[in-house]
Design a protein. Structure first.
Length: 82
């Protein structure tokens, strides 16, 4: 019985993951009309600054998550060594 429950929960998780992966990218975008018109009407320097700002805002959280993941991986068996 427990094996059936595990398989069904695994099936639901897999179906949810596939639904997220194959959904269109537009669903995840905010589609702010004001932001779009401002970016489209600005010059090339402003567009480059916007791209640089996006990169600056993405990199630190990614590094923090990577650091936490590495620490968790290194400490995974710390409490199992009795």
């Amino acid at each position: 019985m427990l094996r059936i429950i595990r398989n069904s929960s695994m099936l639901r998780r897999s179906a949810g993951l596939l639904a997220i992966l194959f959904s269109p990218g537009v669903l995840f975008a905010q589609n702010c009309a004001l932001c779009y018109t401002q970016a489209a009407g600005s010059g090339s320097h402003m567009i480059q600054a916007l791209r640089s700002g996006i990169v600056v805002l993405v990199i630190p959280p990614m590094l923090i998550c990577l650091g936490i993941g590495l620490m968790a991986y290194k400490k995974r068996n710390q409490f199992n060594e009795d």
